[in-house]
Design a binder for this molecule. Sequence first.
Ligand SMILES: Cc1cc2nc3c(=O)[nH]c(=O)nc-3n(C[C@H](O)[C@H](O)[C@H](O)COP(=O)(O)OP(=O)(O)OC[C@H]3O[C@@H](n4cnc5c(N)ncnc54)[C@H](O)[C@@H]3O)c2cc1C
Length: 375
Amino acid sequence: MLAAPTPEEAAAALAGRLAAQAALTDQEGGFPTEEFQWLGAAGLLTAPLSQALGGAGLLAPPQTLSMLRTLKHLGRGNLAVGRVYEGHLNALQLTQRFGQPAQVQRWAADARQGRLFGVWNTEAQDGVHLEPLPEGRFRLRGSKTFGSGAGHLTRPLITGALPDGGWQMFILPADEQLPTLDASFWKPLGMRATASFRVDLTGAEIGPQDLLGPPGAYYQQPWFSGGAIRFAAVQLGAAEAVFDETRRFLRDLGRLDDPYQKMRLGEMAMLVESGNLWLRGAADHATRPAAEADVAATIAYANLMRTAIEEICLRTLQLAERCVGARGLLRPEPFERLHRDLTHYLRQPAPDAAVADAGRFVLAHPTPAHSLWNA
Ligand SMILES: Cc1cc2nc3c(=O)[nH]c(=O)nc-3n(C[C@H](O)[C@H](O)[C@H](O)COP(=O)(O)OP(=O)(O)OC[C@H]3O[C@@H](n4cnc5c(N)ncnc54)[C@H](O)[C@@H]3O)c2cc1C
């Protein structure tokens, strides 16, 4: 009997189908609903659960590189799918890390039934507050912005302020407590199909069974900042897609012999492979024995990695544009969408602070460069 494909193999096998269909959902209000059915059928929605919970244990430390590559393959197929899947995986990571045993079982059952999770933390001035009611219940007030998968996720993990200011995670049963969606918020450059709307939670009620972990758990380090390696892996997938499509485009046009095109393709190959080496480096560093105790180094390395991948993606886009020229940027060629999606998705929180943090770390640690990250 053949062994079932690993999540990484399943994601790699899906990438072509995802890419072939990506243009269909590339519209404001669009969402890759059918694609997530494919992911469910391939076992990817439960893959982040431990094996005891019926998953593939994708979040276990020995699988970190495989997890990053799984994310990369999905991002390679369709960056919007990769983004939403990363949120699903992150939420299942947080539920398994901080949930009480009965909660972990309940949310795992939800994932096994194909329910989509995600993490909605970003907010504007009118952020989410939890107002106490009797019996440990809370009424919610306020909104989240950039709620990816709004209207499609039935189990979003959401953060909000308690009366004493504590930052509390909870999982909203969004199929029972329906938030108000404001799709007019989402008029983006790219990533249209993520449906990252403003979500008004005012009036929804949650109970003690919905609260996840103690206040402040969401920002526990190194998990919070260290998690940047996941979105960077998704981003790298799009750089790989740009590389593959550029080479295909030049081949179709019979433009393979031009020395300048060769030079650009060489540089792009170097960039993409550097990104893959960063995936290895990040997985090795995040799973070294001291990773949890040595918080500052773990965060600094993740910050270096996300910064490097951002640069790799930006440079890859620029080279690809020069390779394919103006006619390559016309639909139905995929470059126009890939460019919009990746440019927008590269905008992650506090990019300057991330590099400055790595700078602060290396200034505070006079260890020679050759062993700076080996401790
Ligand atoms: C497609 C997409 C989907 C998303 N989905 C989700 C989701 O599902 N859930 C969720 O919670 N979030 C989501 N987000 C939001 C995301 O996590 C980030 O919060 C958001 O992309 C960062 O926005 P920003 O670039 O405006 O950030 P900022 O951090 O404001 O950065 C913008 C610029 O301002 C600088 N800057 C930052 N702070 C300061 C300061 N205090 N003073 C001066 N300059 C500063 C930065 O260095 C940067 O140059 C999504 C974003 C995108 C693009």
